[in-house]
Ligand binder design. Structure first.
Ligand SMILES: NC(=O)c1ccc[n+]([C@@H]2O[C@H](COP(=O)([O-])OP(=O)(O)OC[C@H]3O[C@@H](n4cnc5c(N)ncnc54)[C@H](OP(=O)(O)O)[C@@H]3O)[C@@H](O)[C@H]2O)c1
Length: 406
């Protein structure tokens, strides 16, 4: 299994892929402990990006189009792990992920598109198991801090109480960051797919859409403003909850339900206590409804795409990325009322500055386990494939901190 590269970054010319390449270069250098290459569909654009991030000409540039199965097969054969930031994944991702699953090459992405994941998981499971490829979706802000935050809290609950928390509430305490054109394009591709095939709306609304063969109890609703007595705060909807909650339930399922088959999990934004908190929570719920209405309606979506929103390739500038941060608190309760709380904090803006570090360290965590001792071939979540090994790595290298709050 001694491949030419530890990691290839596919999509290195895009907004997020460029940040991944920049992080690899700044943290690991060009000829250091990590052997890596940049890949994309345009050699000229790759060359330009390599120069812009200050990487030397010795960093190899590889070309392949996302639709060219033969070129992708040749590409994935050269690496232990592929990082892909070529999205929307539902439009451009299938040939690459299939190539990795067939070739036994590990794969990490930033997919926040649950309907596509639900479609791909059953198709990838058998080839990935046979080849040894570990396929890990959602290795960015959605869903690493949430998936691992719950895992971390549950591990501490087991140690302290000898039993899992039957319910966990993820609450975003603060978040400062922006959004890229590629992320918006992915959200819109998901909405357009649901317009073409209304059955996908059920998948999107189902918290157990990513646990084929298992459906747990009704989960707390997330769309309105409500008061959370555990947090002593009003709360409003959190836009990433729909993907994160599905991944958290998938981690529980893939680990054999250590948190119970009746586990409850939801995510919301904290708005504060008192009348001011109530007003803020109501505003969050209103903004979320308006946003959903605007992007859910074809003509307003077209206008937003044309005039208001960042285009693919665009996103928050360096200053915004570096001044960004996030802080999420997870509170859980056992079936006999014992409570525990943990926080996950990250530096840099969540979707890009921090995400670039999280996906890279996820890839390197897999690359550091060539014997597949951590996880065998299959389709995994970050939490189920890498678990506490990734928690340790993210704390040491990626600016995240996990802590129990007393
Ligand atoms: N989960 C998270 O936390 C998170 C965070 C950030 C991003 N994301 C996701 O990551 C994805 C990328 O976002 P972004 O903002 O970086 O997007 P972007 O700037 O539009 O980049 C897209 C990349 O895909 C490449 N590409 C498009 N079509 C291709 C093809 N046919 N063959 C090869 N490459 C192709 C583009 O190449 P060219 O440069 O040649 O056009 C570019 O490198 C999106 O799906 C987004 O939702 C998720």
């Amino acid at each position: 299994m001694n491949k030419e590269f530890d990691v290839i970054v596919f999509g290195a010319t895009g907004f997020t892929g460029r940040l991944v390449a920049e992080y690899l270069h700044q943290r690991y250098g060009a000829a250091g402990e990590v052997r890596w290459a940049m890949a994309g569909r345009s050699a000229a654009k790759l060359e330009q990006v390599r120069a812009q991030i200050g990487a030397p000409a010795s960093v190899p540039l590889l070309t392949a189009d996302a639709a060219d199965g033969d070129a992708l097969a040749a590409l994935v054969a050269r690496a232990s792990v592929i990082i892909t930031t070529v999205g929307p994944y539902q439009l451009y991702g299938e040939a690459l992920i299939q190539a990795c699953a067939s070739a036994g090459t590990d794969y990490v992405d930033l997919c926040g598109e649950p309907t596509w994941m639900a479609h791909m998981i059953p198709r990838l499971e058998a080839p990935a198991r046979a080849s040894g490829a570990r396929i890990v979706f959602s290795c960015g802000f959605d869903s690493i801090p949430f998936d691992l935050g719950v895992l971390y809290l549950q591990q501490h609950a087991q140690q302290r109480f000898g039993k899992p928390l039957q319910q966990v509430r993820g609450r975003v305490r603060s978040l400062k960051g922006g959004i890229s054109g590629g992320t918006l394009a992915s959200a819109m591709a998901g909405i357009e797919a649901m317009e073409r095939d209304p059955a996908l709306k059920r998948t999107m609304a189902d918290p157990f859409a990513l646990t084929p063969g298992f459906s747990g109890p009704v989960q707390p609703e997330g769309d309105s403003a409500n008061y959370d007595a555990w947090s002593r705060s009003w709360t409003g909807p959190f836009m990433m909850a729909s993907i994160n909650t599905k991944n958290v339930h998938r981690t529980n399922a893939l680990l054999g339900h250590p948190w119970g088959r009746d586990f409850l999990y939801d995510e919301r934004m904290l708005a504060g206590d008192g009348p001011k908190g109530e007003r803020r929570a109501s505003k969050m719920a209103l903004v979320s409804r308006v946003q959903n209405a605007l992007i859910g309606f074809g003509p307003s979506r077209a206008l937003l795409r044309r005039f208001a929103l960042p285009k693919p390739g665009e996103g928050p500038d360096r200053k915004a990325r570096e001044s960004g941060r996030y802080d999420v608190v997870f509170t859980g309760e056992t079936d006999d009322g014992q409570r525990l709380r943990a926080s996950v904090r990250g530096d840099r803006d969540p979707g890009y500055g921090s995400t670039a570090k999280m996906i890279t360290e996820s890839a390197l965590c897999l690359a550091a386990d060539p014997q597949r001792a951590m996880a065998a071939g299959g389709v995994w979540t970050g939490g189920s494939a890498m678990g506490m090994a990734l928690v340790v790595r993210l704390q040491e290298r990626a600016g995240l901190s996990f802590a129990i709050e007393e």
